[in-house]
Design a protein around this ligand. Structure first.
Ligand code: X5A
Ligand code: ZN
Length: 600
């Protein structure tokens, strides 16, 4: 087929100026400039951006903004940049719900809305097959006359309204808006509440009305009004549910895809918030990048799946015509970023989506269908509420086994389908005239037989691959069982050893404890003894001191006595010598008289 060989033209819009919207005082905020930077860097690093048509942003025109917003609201956002003082902006922001404003907010808001318009216009014109506008601030909470929930202008609503009301020349008459942001797209819902040209679908956490934006606007009984009745679909997750891939895919399979087939939109907008992603700090859900890629893929191929309805109607000609159809109508999708606050999750999910848009990744829906029981309940409730408008939602759901339903059940659906087909065919008459419709029946049969042969061949090939895989898996299973037994033995031995070690260690521990107690006791005793000894030492010291002072005293008195003795001895010696002198004198006197006698 010609369509298969053609490269998809995927638009990627990024504009650094949208990073200028930031908190006025530099505070951290989840809706931060790095969100779009992270996506852009990821797409460049992986080389995907280089395979896309890269566009810069452009500012929205006031008259386009006013298609969904009031003049007052547009003027307020416009005036933000001219009001020089941050304090004035802070005052405005404080009156709004979950909004901050700075000097760059106005420009960023105009760029976000204008950029989605730009991508949508190029896709509608056919210049691009699809595109992704990496924009901020987000848009889906913004209402006609009020900014809220980090959103200033409702970017997607502005672009949808622009195509429908300003560009009838582009032939976009029916638009589907799929909003998979984890929050309800309240603004978008209100803007198209009575408009049957826009089918708004939002899946979000509702938690009984306690999740942002609180209230019951996001409940499944809100289906639109007047001409728009049935053209608003809400899938509200219940309280405490942390939904993941399986839940979202179940909603896709049993609500979104069947309805989209019936509605048969000319173009699809995706309000692509990534705050239901695994790792998001606010959403608390578990959608993986792979989950997002399957969700996107399912929406992309929905036009071509239109022909899936023909399975109960086998005339080959119809199949042939239908298979041509998918080439004409294939996936005009415009993705616009909404929320998503974990930079890694946002970047990885975006990458997975762009891969799908580029058709570079084979996506198979390989989910086992095990959604939460509550998910099944929600799906049943939504289908019941909306089946009056969308007959394909009326069937009993085959939750266990997927058995093909009887053709009779599908009859109304088929009539509707034929109706769509005729509409489409009349719109494409020129194309039909110049191509297949002029082929002879014989040529058609030849083409068909070739196609069937090819299909049979490819089926046989995949069967062979599958059989090989099965055999490989069986040997793997045997191997794994052996491994399992071996591991069991090993673990048992290890466990035994560990138990032994444990008992040993515990006995050692016990011993150590006893030891410790003993040591402690010893320590106590030693302490007591030490105290005793210390006392004794003190006493001895005192005694010694006493003794020393006694000795000193003794020495002093001894010295004194010695001196006295010396003195006495000296005195004695003196007295003696005096005595001797006296004796000499005496002797002298005694001799004198004798001599004298003699002389006379
Ligand atoms: C776009 C978006 C979330 C707002 C939460 C406010 N808004 N608490 O994800
Ligand atoms: Zn959100």
């Amino acid at each position: 087929m010609a369509g298969e060989s053609r490269k998809r033209k995927v638009g990627l819009l990024y504009d650094e100026r949208m990073c200028k919207h930031d908190t006025p005082d530099g505070d951290d905020h989840p809706e931060c400039p790095n969100r779009i930077k992270a996506i852009w860097e990821m797409l460049q690093r992986t080389g995907l951006a280089q395979r896309c048509v890269v566009l810069g942003g452009s500012k929205a025109e006031d008259k386009h903004l006013q298609l969904v917003h009031t003049k007052e609201h547009v003027n307020l956002v416009k005036s933000l940049s001219t009001k020089k003082k941050d304090s004035r902006r802070n005052k405005i922001a404080s009156k709004l719900d979950s909004i901050y404003l700075n000097g760059g907010s106005s420009e960023a808001a105009y760029l976000a809305a204008g950029s989605v318009v730009e991508v949508a216009e190029k896709v509608a014109e056919g210049e691009l097959d699809c595109g992704f506008a990496i924009v901020r601030p987000p848009g889906h909470h913004a209402e006609a006359d009020e900014a809220m929930g980090f959103c200033l202008f409702n970017n997607v609503a502005v672009a949808a309204s622009y195509l429908l009301n300003q560009r009838p020349d582009l032939g976009v008459k029916k638009i589907l808006i799929v909003d998979w942001d984890v929050h309800h797209g309240n603004g978008t819902q209100k803007m198209f509440w009575k408009d049957p040209r826009v089918l708004v679908f939002s899946v979000h956490r509702h938690d009984g009305g306690s999740f942002y934006p609180t209230g019951d606007d996001g409940d499944y009984d809100k289906v639109g009004e007047g001409a728009g009745e049935g053209f608003n679909i809400n899938v509200p997750w219940e309280q405490g549910r942390r939904c993941g891939d399986e839940d979202y895919i179940a909603v896709w399979d049993h609500i979104l895809i069947p309805v989209t087939k019936e509605f048969n939109p000319d173009l699809i907008f995706l309000s692509a918030g990534f705050d239901a992603a695994i790792g998001d700090p606010r959403g608390g859900c578990f959608v993986t990048p792979y989950g997002y890629s399957v969700m996107l893929k399912k929406v992309c191929v929905v036009f071509s799946v239109l022909i899936g309805l023909a399975w109960f109607f086998s005339p080959e000609l119809l199949q042939y015509v239908i298979s041509q159809l998918m080439e004409f109508a294939q996936g005009k999708i415009v993705m616009a970023l909404e929320g998503g606050y974990n930079l890694g999750s946002v970047a990885k999910s975006s990458l997975a989506c762009v891969q799908v848009l580029l058709e570079e990744k084979q996506i198979q829906d390989s989910f086992e269908e095990y959604p939460y029981e509550s998910t099944c309940r929600v799906i049943e409730a939504v289908r019941k509420r909306l089946c009056a408008y969308w007959p394909s939602l009326a069937d009993e759901l085959p939750w266990e086994a997927k058995t093909p339903s009887s053709p009779v059940k599908h009859l109304s659906l088929f009539v509707h389908f034929l109706h769509c087909l005729l509409n489409f065919a009349s719109a494409q008459t020129s194309l039909f005239k110049t191509s297949s419709i002029c082929l002879s029946a014989e040529a058609k049969l030849t083409i068909l037989s070739i196609r069937y042969k090819k299909q049979a061949e490819s089926l046989r090939a995949s069967l062979e691959v599958a059989l090989e895989e099965k055999a490989a898996l069986q040997t793997k299973v045997v191997e794994l069982q052996g491994e399992k037994l071996r591991l069991q033995d090993k673990y048992a031995a290890e466990a035994k050893e560990a138990a032994e070690q444990l008992t040993q260690v515990s006995s050692e521990l016990r011993e150590a404890k006893i030891d410790l107690d003993f040591q402690r006791e010893l320590f106590k005793k030693a302490g007591e003894e030490k105290k005793l000894l210390e006392g004794r030492v003190l006493k001895l010291e005192a005694e010694l001191q006493q003794e020393a002072s006694d000795k000193l005293r003794l020495r002093i008195s001894r010295d004194r006595y010695a001196a006295e003795v010396k003195e006495a001895a000296e005195h004695l010696a003196k007295v003696r010598s005096e005595l001797r002198d006296v004796q000499i004198d005496l002797n002298l006197h005694r001799k004198l008289p004798k001599k004298a006698k003699k002389v006379m």
